[in-house]
Ligand binder design. Structure first.
Ligand code: UDP
Length: 469
């Protein structure tokens, strides 16, 4: 059961593919009816045989304030889905044997249903071990802290992790009086209830934090963790527009294009779109930019509904498209990101640091510019820039209104694409590419992630839940 959003659906479906194609299970997705965006429905319909999906009835959210954080909305949706999930699981159990119920992070409220029915319940954790560690420590951190985390005099140091300043902790941890913080705290308590956590990361990416979590497993309330990543999307889901941008990439010199994208739901303010545009133009670098309509209120403005009637291109500075024609390509809304990252012309990635985007970048060895927006993205950005050294992070990035100015955009783009700092990041990205490939290697030289998933699959087979409700 994935929570809404391509960033949640894609990795869970890729995990399901491994379980179906490699380990002989069948998979049924339980999805929210808000999966109404074309990209999401088309994606589900394209899954091969062995997969099915059940759409839950619409869950009204009229009473949720429009400016509620994504985390709050997702948690409320999960809470309201509980009776329906119970119906679905019961009905599935009439015709099949349920090996496991696998959720992602925001569906934790449905866990008691699986417990009630005696079905092993697992969390597919679609971000890093570092964020998992943060969540597992959150209840204790909450108890021990009386101020806002951003006012802490010292960074938070978690076992095996790079130190985190308060302002780089999860977005919903930034205001402890907000509902979103309570939701995250609740999620942090819930994840201790699962039978196991499958993490979309790999041991060589985060060896120290992985080791620390493994060591803590015998403690009460510390589920077993399994490093099974990188599980990324490898097929195409870009449609005609996608093909057009790949053709454009074909015409560009190797390693010359900076790919600019803010994930499935990220949006910028009107002013920020303009500054970014001026900055890209001033950098003189080639770029491929996925542009969304602005959202001046929240940075996750396209999370629930990607497509509006509005044309994103009309928010670009006047004459921008004409002036950058040839050197830059602007694509509204969506491109086949994995194919873009895999393309030889792509030499850098300006990313919002969503975990899937980062994994996809590692797999293809692309160095990055970290431009986090919301959720756990700032935490990821610290790991990319300070921990792994595969990303540059604009230092003086924001003026007092939080705007990243054009000079900074131009500077960091040049830095990544043609200077020493970029060369170093590229070298590190190349090493990570090898490590990522090794982790999922099959055929005789099974990688660590491959083996870990095989062990879990075997355990499920040995422990299949039987009987009717
Ligand atoms: N994505 C894509 N094309 C786009 C934007 C996003 O294919 O134009 C995919 C991307 O490859 C990734 C997912 O959507 O698999 C975004 O997930 P991520 O965790 O990076 O960010 P989120 O959308 O959850 O913020």
């Amino acid at each position: 059961m994935p929570s809404p959003g391509m960033g949640h659906l894609i990795p869970l479906s890729e995990l399901a593919k491994l379980l179906v194609l490699r380990h002989g299970f069948t998979a049924t997705f339980i999805v929210f009816s808000d999966f109404s965006d074309h990209a999401q429905t088309a994606f589900l319909d394209s899954l091969p045989s062995g997969f099915s999906y059940v759409v839950l009835p619409p869950l009204p959210l009229d009473d949720v304030p429009p400016d509620a954080h994504v985390e709050t909305r997702l948690s409320i949706m999960a809470e309201r889905s509980v009776p329906h999930v119970r119906d679905v699981l019961r009905s599935l159990r009439r015709t099949t044997r349920l090996a496991a119920y696998v959720i992602d992070l925001f569906c934790g409220e449905t866990l008691p249903v699986a417990k009630e029915l005696g079905v092993p319940h697992y969390l597919f954790f679609t971000t890093s071990f570092m964020v998992l560690s943060l969540l597992l420590h959150l209840p204790a951190l909450d108890q021990a802290t009386s101020c806002e985390y951003r006012d802490l005099p010292e960074p938070v140091v978690l076992p095996g992790c790079v130190p985190l300043r308060g302002e780089d902790l999860l977005h919903p941890m930034q205001d402890r009086t907000d509902d979103a913080y309570r939701c995250v705290l609740n999620i942090a308590r819930r994840i201790r209830e699962v039978d196991g956590i499958l993490v979309n990361s790999f041991v060589d990416l985060e060896p120290a934090v992985y080791a620390a979590l493994k060591e803590a497993e015998p403690e009460v309330g510390r589920p077993n963790v399994h490093a099974i990543g990188p599980v990324i999307h490898r097929g195409s889901h870009g449609g005609a527009k996608g093909k057009e941008c790949l053709r454009w990439l074909d015409e560009q010199p190797p390693g010359s294009v900076l790919f600019v994208s803010f994930g499935s739901g990220g949006t910028l303010s009107t002013e920020q779109i303009q500054e970014l545009a001026w900055g890209l133009e001033a950098s003189g670098r080639r770029f491929l930019w996925v542009v969304r309509c602005p959202s001046d209120r929240v940075a996750s403005g396209a999370f629930f509904h990607l497509q509006g009637p509005d044309d994103p291109l009309r928010y670009l500075p006047e004459g921008f498209l004409e002036r950058t024609r040839g050197a830059g390509l602007v694509v509204p809304l969506w491109v086949p990101q994995v194919e873009v990252l895999a393309h030889a012309a792509t030499g850098g990635f300006l990313t919002h640091c969503g975990w899937n985007s980062l994994l996809e970048s590692f797999v293809h060895g692309v160095p990055m510019i970290a431009w986090p927006l919301y959720a756990e993205q700032r935490t990821n950005a610290v790991m990319m820039a300070d921990g792994l050294g595969v990303a540059l992070r604009p230092k003086t990035a924001a003026d007092c209104s939080g705007l990243v100015l054009r000079e900074e955009v131009a500077e960091v783009a040049r830095e990544l694409m043609e200077r020493e700092a970029g060369r170093k990041a590229r070298e590190k990205a190349g090493k990570l590419k090898q490590a990522a490939a090794q982790a999922v290697a099959v055929a005789g030289r099974d990688g660590s992630s491959c083996k870990a998933l095989a062990e879990v699959a075997q355990y499920w087979k040995d422990n299949e839940a039987t009987g009717d409700v």
